[in-house]
Design a protein. Structure first.
Length: 190
């Protein structure tokens, strides 16, 4: 099994690219954000707990998302691997992922493909997405700002973490969907 991470700030186009890339390489696209929104929609205990945190633009506790990922890894068959979108988002999550892969699957993260976009573009894209998808956490600029701040303080340190392991591959995210997709595919094929 291959394990790829699609990395980048909110609004970088991770979801759009992950759908295309996972189809191209028969990977399972795993979006922790989508899984959490599903829990919220179904009104589960986990969803009720996560709703408040997500609506404020903060991160849900590491144990919760790691547990969701572990469940998916252990119950999925028939794919070449996984494309993680929006996970890990903290150094602690990354360490828990490494440990889980090593112990449960005798595997490792293969590549981290990072979509680079500016904060100004994040704002612009999330604003547009709010009109299309109606996500509560996309709607107010104060929440978007929290999510960008959270990204810079808690998630960005992962860049160094994966650079040190020689797994970090940045690509320019402010291009057309097709161009970004081509660059991502080239990295996976390498
Ligand atoms: P996303 O769809 O990836 O932008 O995620 C939406 C929201 O879900 C985030 O702003 C967080 O509140 C929460 N979330 C998604 N993935 C994670 C994660 N790996 N760790 C913590 N919270 C997460």
């Amino acid at each position: 099994m291959k394990y790829y991470i699609l990395f980048g700030p909110p609004g970088a186009g991770k979801g759009t690219q992950a759908k295309l890339i996972s189809k191209e390489f028969n990977l399972l696209h795993v979006s922790t954000g989508e899984l959490l929104r599903k829990e919220i929609a179904e009104g589960t205990e986990l969803g009720i707990m996560a709703q408040q945190i997500i609506s404020e633009g903060h991160l849900v506790p590491d144990d919760i998302v790691v547990g969701m990922i572990e469940h998916i890894f252990s119950t999925t068959e028939g794919v070449n691997g996984f494309l993680l979108d929006g996970f890990p988002r903290t150094i602690n999550q990354a360490k828990m992922l490494d440990k889980m892969l090593k112990e449960d699957e005798h595997a490792k993260v293969d590549k981290v493909i990072s979509l680079i976009i500016s904060d100004a573009t994040i704002f612009e894209r999330i604003g547009k997405r709010a009109e299309v998808e109606g996500r509560e956490d996309d709607a107010a600029s104060a929440i978007i700002k929290n999510r960008i701040d959270t990204y810079h303080t808690q998630t960005e340190p992962l860049i160094e973490y994966y650079k040190e392991q020689g797994k970090y591959y940045p690509i320019e995210g402010e291009r057309s969907i097709e161009e970004v997709f081509e660059s991502a595919c080239a990295l996976i094929k390498e």
